[in-house]
Ligand binder design. Structure first.
Ligand code: URA
Ligand code: SF4
Length: 224
């Protein structure tokens, strides 16, 4: 620890440097206890404007874990991941690829919705989380991985990829391939693909959707 002068600019930045969910994550908890503890997380400033924590959903026995970016407007209102338009598209693509969406554990790199307002009181517009925020929220994802112990992680888009595999991750380079990496001390198998929201925004939506399904088929084959 370097000595700090309380009145210095460095001291006023100190709370940001300390963004982390770590003190809120209970030891030896099951998924229900983790979810309950995450509801009270104050590990970074994103809890302030969001309605609620959106923790992962699914069974501890799930063979596959899907990791997205952060909850969106609908997820923030309903308290469950991937229940909005991106989630509906994802469920359809999973089913088409041969993965039962109901059998998957679904979560996000960041558990609170980050947004800006379109004008005063306007629509809430998604804003990408920073690396500092994904790092702060990482202990929740690590705890979910340790409990679920999935056989395969499907990485949905760049934010999830960078959160799990580091800042050098490029979805275009590795999508649709099976990666083997050490993550939070565990040897994991991962199949990255595009984020379903990117499919919704794509100029050629049909082609983008086909690409997503094709990557998910790689995941289905890896699961056997
Ligand atoms: N996008 C995500 O990354 N996660 C959700 O839960 C919903 C939309
Ligand atoms: Fe905690 Fe994650 Fe929410 Fe930040 S985004 S307050 S670290 S749960």
């Amino acid at each position: 620890m370097s000595p700090r002068t309380p009145a210095s600019p460095a001291a006023s930045r100190a709370p940001e440097d300390a963004y982390t969910a770590e003190p809120f994550v209970p030891d030896r908890a099951d998924l229900a206890a983790l979810r309950e503890a995450a509801a009270g997380c104050r590990g970074c400033p994103l809890h302030r404007d969001a309605t609620r924590t959106v923790f992962g959903a699914g069974s501890a026995g799930a063979r596959v874990m899907l990791v997205g970016e952060q909850p969106g407007d609908q997820e923030d209102r309903q308290g469950r991941p991937f229940v909005g338009p991106a989630g509906k598209l994802l469920d359809r693509a999973l089913a088409e690829a041969g993965i039962d969406p109901g059998e998957a554990y679904v979560t996000n790199a960041v558990k609170h919705f980050k947004f800006t307002r379109a004008g005063t009181g306007g629509r809430r517009i998604h804003k990408a989380p920073t690396r500092r925020e994904t790092t702060a929220c990482g202990p929740w994802l690590a705890a979910e991985l340790a409990l679920v112990e999935p056989e395969l992680i499907v990485v949905l888009g760049a934010t999830a990829g960078k959160a799990l595999l580091g800042p050098a991750f490029r979805v275009t380079r590795v999508r649709g391939t099976v990666l083997r990496e050490e993550i939070h001390g565990r040897r994991e198998r991962l199949v990255p693909t595009v984020h379903p929201s990117a499919v919704l925004r794509a100029e050629d939506r049909e082609a983008a959707y086909r690409g997503l399904v094709s990557d998910l088929r790689v995941a289905a084959r890896a699961l056997g």
